[in-house]
Design a protein around this ligand. Structure first.
Ligand code: PMT
Length: 398
């Protein structure tokens, strides 16, 4: 799958460096031409000799090395690469490329190359969470030719538990293949619901919620950037329609259901329900504005149709992904919804936390499917959307 692809693998200082040997082996097995560059920190964890044996090429370690420059000089190496993969990418390395430094061979190559760069962060969970690291990641996320693959959550070499583990070599090799496959969702049709619904009480009033649409719109952009054809069914929001995404505006749950069904009727591989759909609507919509006459009033509500469950129940069902907006026992309630609505996957987020969930720039989620789960620590909704789309793509192809 990677025949003739030229991949420059950068190894920086971290215990996960031993896994990079397996990544190089997998890339070679897939047909890639691999060159390895190691920082001095990287060489403390794994030897250049190992990487040379696995890649079948000399390993580059120094910027000012006359012998290496006489072979393939550093600028030539930067031009040679189709893709640069830094695995593991340490906190120090991330800080240095974020600052645009060129104080060793690998940072210099990252500045000199025009190839896309993928970083696979690996570090202690506290270092990953640290504001300065997050600021560096956020700055790098603005670069359209720079991807951040991971990190995963879990037990760490130091005994801590949390986000900071490097993605496994198989996952990284999968991302590399996906990258060259015209975007990992090339040829897929994705339908996404986003934003709130409004349930009319009378001509001037409605029941709604705090959804801004940011999460759903970020998913639509991530799916589009991964090569998919995307249709977005959006409740009323204040953000512009993403370029290159067919956006259908609706208001109530019933109109959202109708638009979602129409979109799926046209053919759909992946359906993602990120909209905050009102569970109930007024039984009757008053034709005229209700007058303020009594001290108390009762509005009778009836249940709305469940959009995601309706799509999941279709004979021609797409891969169906729901969201679970919870305020307590987040994962347990999400697991219940995964089973009850017969979904392929559910993204659980805690909407009681002001930093994440409704109308915030960031989110934190646990994604569940039958037989597995993956957690994503606090990150921008855009980055989370890319991670969710990549996870969906890997579940579809597994
Ligand atoms: O829009 P933002 O401000 O960015 O906020 C993002 C978000 C918090 C809205 C989003 O991350 C989120 O959690 N969306 C799901 C909100 C929700 O309605 O959750 P729920 O647990 O009540 O519903 C479970 C699932 O069923 C959801 O996929 C929902 O879209 C779907 N549903 C619910 C009711 C209904 N009648 N039809 C549905 O399809």
């Amino acid at each position: 799958m990677l025949n003739g692809r030229r991949i420059l693998v950068g190894v920086t200082g971290g215990i996960a460096a031993y896994k990079t040997a397996e990544l190089v082996r997998l890339l070679i097995k897939a047909g890639a031409d691999v060159r390895v560059v190691m920082t001095s920190g990287g060489q403390e964890f794994i030897t250049p000799l190992t990487m040379q044996a696995l890649s079948g090429n000399p390993v580059h370690t120094h910027l000012l090395d006359t012998d290496a420059e006489a072979g393939m000089g550093h600028i030539e190496l930067a031009k040679w690469a189709d893709l640069v993969v830094i695995a593991p990418a340490s906190a120090d390395f991330i800080a240095r490329i974020s600052a645009g430094m060129a104080n060793d061979l690998l940072t210099t190559l990252c500045l000199a190359t025009e190839a896309p760069i993928a970083l696979a962060p690996a570090m202690n969970q506290a270092m990953w969470k640290n504001r300065r690291t997050q600021r560096n990641i956020e700055a790098l996320s603005d670069d359209p030719k720079l991807f951040i693959w991971g990190p995963a959550d879990g037990e760490q070499a130091c005994g801590d538990i949390g986000a900071g583990r490097m993605l496994e070599p198989e996952q990284l090799a999968g991302r590399v293949k996906g990258h060259f496959d015209h975007g990992f969702l090339h040829g897929k049709k994705v339908v996404i619901t986003a934003g709130p619904t409004r349930e009319a009480i009378d001509p001037v009033r409605y029941i709604s919620n705090h959804s801004s649409g940011k999460m759903g719109y970020a998913l639509a952009i991530a799916a589009r950037d991964a090569g998919a054809q995307v249709e977005l069914v959006s409740g009323p929001v204040a953000i512009p329609a993403p370029e290159g995404v067919e956006t259908i505006y609706v208001s109530s749950a019933s109109t959202m259901l109708e638009a979602a069904q129409n979109a799926v009727d046209k053919g759909c591989d992946i359906f993602i329900a990120s909209a905050a759909v009102a569970d109930y609507r007024p039984d009757e919509i008053q034709e005229q504005k209700i007058k303020k006459s009594q001290d108390k009033m009762v509005i009778e509500l009836i249940k709305n149709p469940d959009i995601v469950a309706t799509i999941a129940a279709r004979k021609d069902r797409p891969f169906t992904v729901g969201f679970a907006a919870e305020t307590q026992d987040v994962v347990a309630y999400a697991e219940g919804k995964l089973q009850r609505k017969k979904l392929d996957m559910i993204v659980a987020n805690d909407v009681s936390d002001q930093r994440i969930g409704f109308n915030s720039e960031n989110n934190e989620a646990t994604v569940l499917w039958n037989g597995g789960c993956q957690s994503f620590s606090l990150q921008s909704k855009s980055l989370l959307a890319v991670n969710i789309m990549a996870l969906i793509a890997s579940r579809i192809s597994s």
